[in-house]
Design a protein around this ligand. Sequence first.
Ligand SMILES: [Zn+2]
Length: 232
Amino acid sequence: MEINKILEYQTLDSELFKLEKSLRENADKKTASQMQNNAKIAQERSYKLDEKAKELQKEYYNAKNQYAIQKKKMDEIFAKDMDKLSKEEVDKLIKLQEKLSQNLSILERSFAKLAENMNALLSDFNKTKNAFQMAKEQFALSKQKFDKAQNDAMPKKQELAKKLSALEKGIDNKIIEAYKKRRAENIFPVVVSLAGNCCGGCRMELSVANLSKLKEEGILTCEHCHRIIYLK
Ligand SMILES: [Zn+2]
């Protein structure tokens, strides 16, 4: 009977399914993908930090420029011969000098703040760089292990595929096509027996019409899960 052939096919295919499933759920594969993601996150962070460093650098040059301008004004005042100036002019210069001195100390404080920010940025950058490096190394390691697992499974997979394709020749085309379609969706087992009045896969009850169709034809496609139901 046809159903025995497809069941035999399925029994053999279950070995292939298990093998594929274990590769799909391979821990090293998961780690590799996680590490790849971590590396990406670290890289994006380092781009952002780089942007921030550029901004800080710009701020630093602006402050430096400002400092030089204020300092030059200050030097100009000191270079003046006070004796030749009127009292009014001297008072004005003293006020200006006070203002400049204030500006210079504000700038000095902002230099200190900038230096602090730069140090924090640098330390963050180093941490990010290390995280990236670590993720890259772990990715390479996990990938290597997973590739090995895949390669190790290859001969067995090929052997099973060969046997399956030999078995396939004795099975009705329509059934094997329907089977492969479900199988490609990682539905397993594809062929299930009737359990009471229910599909042996999804456990949904079959309609009276479908039950009699199944009794007549021996097999039926489940309307819910699309598995192939057969009568024992
Ligand atoms: Zn079903």
